[in-house]
Design a binder for this molecule. Structure first.
Ligand SMILES: *[C@@H]1O[C@H](CO)[C@@H](O)[C@H](O)[C@H]1NC(C)=O
Ligand SMILES: *[C@@H]1O[C@H](CO)[C@@H](O)[C@H](O)[C@H]1NC(C)=O
Length: 482
């Protein structure tokens, strides 16, 4: 292959050069699963040390499966699903601080957060613990804050990013004027102070969410029209995948302090599946899984030229429809396992195990530096006030045993107690949003009373049902004017 030749020139010592990938035996696969066919380039699969979750086909709504990891074999058609969405589910993400909590986003414009019972589902789960409404179009991306408890980000096809406090069910930050086109990917940095995004306008942006500002950006990070991805690495640099103008798949490395020139740019091949990057911050290895490819390619990133070092390719016959990636603490350190993937076929999910061959039976501490554990480092209130913290690390020396189920900490009583009729929710979401926007506007701009008055008028027309609240606001304003 052309790309291996290119990388072969720079062969260097690496303990990951001989990483060995292997699919598990048939009886350890999850079989008879109708993997979703929805047109959306997310992973369709999310994994943690307790469960594997897979977005599936569902008639008249949206659903995903949640299976305890040991529940391999044939999955019965009647196996209960998580099925509260009224449109197809587009993305799912396990909470990094609670292995029984998962967030989902959907074409029905909502984000839902679910509490999974300790031993998995015995009945269909239709009621989420929290519904987050605020997007006006389908929501394609959900991703939890890496170090702060109960903070969840969603990005929708309304080109808006909302950061939620799941504990109170409220939005903390709405970024609705930073993107003018579809958002393809969003990634938090290591301590969650920043996010980076890739979008259809071919820009990669680095955003300070609390300042609601783009602090760096690169136009045409990749020149091709097909989807890009951008992820933060542990050192703060950004790794991207995309397409050249000639439709070759590319990978690139960027320093946010100087986005003009990339640090490295490589062309891989001419396939057309979007390259999903999975990253291990402990070893600085990036695994690339192309949607529709049948291989996983991996690269080590260092601070010496050429910075992005091709390591190897795991190849198989069948194309992948999606891919789950186990967090480090879920790996088997006794087998020197350094990554585990959950490859989605059309009708099954097949774990793929990557190991570093070692003769010794002892714990290999060079392969397993301390890794992100399940404890949150900060509370949402601390983060919104401006604090940052790195992940709280744990040692894997004696293996990792998942904790028993803890309930999601909610500030309010279950917001579902007043759960509205599902079909009408969308209408209400947008009016609630308008009102919420107005309230914050009012608080920020005391000197623009005229405009506000006009807005109140127009909003009152739209929202007769919100009359009470508006008159309250008017009273407040009357005081300001006096
Ligand atoms: C968080 O990360 C940012 C960006 O890498 C860095 O500037 C900042 O110092 C970090 N803060 C803490 C508390 O680690
Ligand atoms: C929509 O909002 C109005 C006013 O807040 C409320 O009275 C009504 O019950 C809501 N409808 C639904 C279906 O939740």
């Amino acid at each position: 292959f052309f790309f291996t030749d290119m990388f072969r020139r720079v062969v260097r010592q690496s303990k990951f050069r001989h990483v060995f990938g292997q699919a598990v035996k048939n009886d350890q696969c999850y079989d008879d699963i109708r993997v979703s066919r929805v047109t959306w380039d997310s992973t369709f699969c999310a994994v943690n040390p307790k469960f594997v979750a897979i977005i599936i086909e569902a008639s008249g709504g949206g659903a995903f499966l949640v299976l305890p990891l040991h529940k391999s074999g044939r999955i019965d058609k009647s196996y209960p699903t998580v099925c509260g969405h009224t449109g197809p589910v587009l993305d799912i993400d396990w909470c990094p601080h609670n292995d029984n909590v998962i967030a989902s986003s959907s074409e029905d414009c909502s984000v839902m957060v679910w509490q999974i019972p300790e031993n998995g589902l015995t009945l269909p789960l239709t009621d989420p613990v929290v519904i987050l409404e605020g997007h006006s179009k389908r929501v394609g991306i959900v991703t939890w804050h890496p170090t702060v408890r109960n903070v969840l980000l969603s990005a929708g096809c309304d080109n808006t990013i909302i950061i939620w406090n799941v504990g109170s069910g409220e939005s903390l930050i709405t970024l609705d004027d930073l993107h003018s086109d579809m958002i393809y990917s969003v990634c938090w940095n290591r301590n969650g102070s920043l996010i980076c995004t890739a979008s259809k306008d071919k820009k990669v942006r680095v955003i300070d969410p609390r300042k609601q500002e783009v602090i760096a950006e690169k136009e045409r990070a990749h020149e091709g029209a097909r989807p890009m991805r951008a992820i933060f690495l542990a050192d703060g640099n950004i790794f991207t995948t995309g397409f050249s103008r000639m439709s070759e798949r590319q990978i690139a490395l960027w320093n946010p302090k100087n986005m003009e020139e990339c640090i490295a740019l490589h062309e891989l091949d001419t396939s057309n599946g979007v390259l999903l990057p999975f990253y291990d911050p402990d070893t600085n290895v990036v695994y690339l899984c192309g949607k529709g490819d049948s291989s996983i390619r991996y690269f080590e990133i260092t601070d010496e030229a050429p910075y992005v070092h091709f390591l190897n390719t795991f190849s198989s016959k069948e194309p992948q429809r999606g891919m789950g990636y186990m967090p480090k603490r879920g790996l088997d350190v006794n087998k020197c396992e350094i990554a585990r993937f959950y490859k989605l076929h059309e009708r099954k999910c097949e774990p793929i195990i990557m190991t570093v061959p070692r003769k010794s039976e002892l714990f290999q501490d060079d392969l397993y530096p301390d890794t992100a554990g399940p404890e949150a480092a900060l509370e949402a209130e601390e983060w919104i006030e401006g604090k940052n913290a790195d992940p709280i690390l744990i040692s894997l020396k004696h293996g990792y045993v998942p904790a028993k189920s803890r309930d999601l900490k909610l500030v309010k009583k279950n917001v579902l107690d007043k759960k509205p009729d599902l079909k009408k929710r969308n209408e209400n979401a947008s009016s609630h949003n308008k009102l919420a926007d107005m309230v914050s506007y009012l608080q920020k701009t005391e000197n623009k009373l005229d405009d506000i008055l006009k807005e109140i008028k127009s909003i009152r027309d739209i929202l007769s049902s919100q009359d009470k609240r508006i008159s309250k606001l008017e009273e407040q304003m009357a005081k300001v004017t006096i």
